[in-house]
Design a protein around this ligand. Structure first.
Ligand SMILES: *[C@@H]1O[C@H](CO)[C@@H](O)[C@H](O)[C@H]1NC(C)=O
Ligand SMILES: *[C@@H]1O[C@H](CO)[C@@H](O)[C@H](O)[C@H]1NC(C)=O
Ligand SMILES: *[C@@H]1O[C@H](CO)[C@@H](O)[C@H](O)[C@H]1NC(C)=O
Ligand SMILES: *[C@@H]1O[C@H](CO)[C@@H](O)[C@H](O)[C@H]1NC(C)=O
Ligand SMILES: *[C@@H]1O[C@H](CO)[C@@H](O)[C@H](O)[C@H]1NC(C)=O
Length: 253
């Protein structure tokens, strides 16, 4: 009896130790877990994710993944990879991610709100997929973003006001979606903006003066608002930035 219960106690201690060790392993590899969950949520007919082996200690040796010196994931490069299926909300847990390049696939469903937690992101490339739903306001919180490319999907609703907070943005490409509402004046805050492409949506109202002024006080070199339902200042005729610069030069010169 005594020997039996001692053995049982020893077994219980051992089991607890094993469980603790497993829990540690799992928590050491949360980025790998997130990416492996994403792999399982996607269809991968070409087999581009075959190297994504969840038994490895980190995802850093997987194809299409890049880590920094601390084994934190900083890039996911899966453009034109034949993938279909949704973006899982857990992607927002890849805290060190700088580049999320998933363009030219057949990703569907909506853009998870949680992507707004990617506070080191420089480039979000989700263009040319089958994404639907609204653009999350939360993306406006990613102050590090320089490239935001969501064009060629079927996104609906308004352009978030919060995008005015993206004061490092150089490319804002939202063309060829189903966006409606007016162009937020807050985009005029983005003095770094060089390319603003909003053509091929259902935007209404006029182009705000704050946005037009980026040509003079900022770096805007291309403003494409063609093929919308806009009225007034710029109408709906496409590339008008050079025309605006010339008008200003004539009246002041
Ligand atoms: C790596 O981690 C250490 C300790 O957490 C941190 O001080 C350092 O800045 C990190 N380096 C990178 C490149 O993230
Ligand atoms: C995404 O596409 C798959 C396969 O066509 C389909 O089963 C699924 O319902 C779609 N999801 C959404 C949110 O449209
Ligand atoms: C986009 O979404 C709308 C509304 O859900 C739908 O009617 C339309 O067919 C979709 N267009 C494309 C190109 O998928
Ligand atoms: C971002 O923009 C929204 C709407 O313009 C504003 O209410 C909010 O305070 C801004 N957030 C930050 C962190 O600047
Ligand atoms: C405009 O672009 C120039 C050259 O790329 C850069 O040096 C400057 O900082 C930019 N200005 C703003 C407001 O981003």
């Amino acid at each position: 009896m005594g020997a039996h219960s001692a053995a049982a106690a020893a077994a219980a201690v051992l089991l607890t130790a094993i469980l603790a060790a497993v829990a540690t392993l799992v928590s050491c590899n949360t980025e790998g877990d997130i990416l492996y969950s994403q792999r399982q949520a996607w269809k991968d007919p070409i087999g581009v994710l075959e190297s994504w082996d969840p038994t490895l200690a980190t995802p850093c040796s997987w194809y299409h993944i890049t880590c920094n010196n601390n084994n934190s994931v900083i890039r996911v490069d899966l453009g034109l990879a034949g993938l279909s299926g949704p973006l899982i909300p857990q992607l927002g847990g890849l805290s060190y991610l700088q580049y999320l390049e998933l363009y030219g696939n057949e990703l569907n469903g909506s853009i998870p709100d949680t992507l707004g937690k990617l506070s080191n992101l420089i480039s979000l490339g989700l263009q040319e997929n089958l994404l639907t739903g609204m653009i999350p306001d939360s993306l406006g919180a990613i102050g590090t973003l320089q490239l935001l490319k969501l064009h060629g999907n079927n996104l609906t609703g308004a352009i978030p006001q919060s995008f005015g907070n993206l004061t490092n943005l150089i490319y804002l490409e939202l063309q060829r979606n189903a966006l409606s509402g007016s162009i937020p004046a807050s985009l005029g805050n983005i003095k770094t903006l060089e390319f603003l492409r909003l053509n091929g949506n259902s935007l209404t109202g006029t182009v705000p003066m704050e946005v037009l002024s980026l040509v003079l006080v900022g770096n805007l070199t291309e403003l494409n608002v063609a093929s919308n339902h806009l009225e007034g200042t710029v109408g709906s005729s496409g590339y008008r930035v050079s025309a605006i610069i010339q008008d200003t030069l004539k009246t002041t010169g």
